[in-house]
Design a protein. Sequence first.
Length: 94
Amino acid sequence: MQDHIDFTDSGEIGLYDYYHFYLVNGVKRNHPTEVLSEIGKLPKDSLNEKWKEYYAISEMVNEDNQITGKTLTECIQNADKIYKIADELKKLKF
């Protein structure tokens, strides 16, 4: 597992995302973190409640599309949250 975890200078732990979507609705999306990164670029005040939930989860992803946390436990819990909604993320159109 240590080959897949990155300890940053900012004190966060990053976990590489190996979950693959491939082709979704004609758009190539490789990872749930890529979808969440796109959601994180949307204006938060224009989102409905469900999309605000996705936005909050997108804050668990850094600019390198790694799942992050302040501790190893938090990082793994964040990964669990993201992978539980992976099928939902795969179906999103935006």
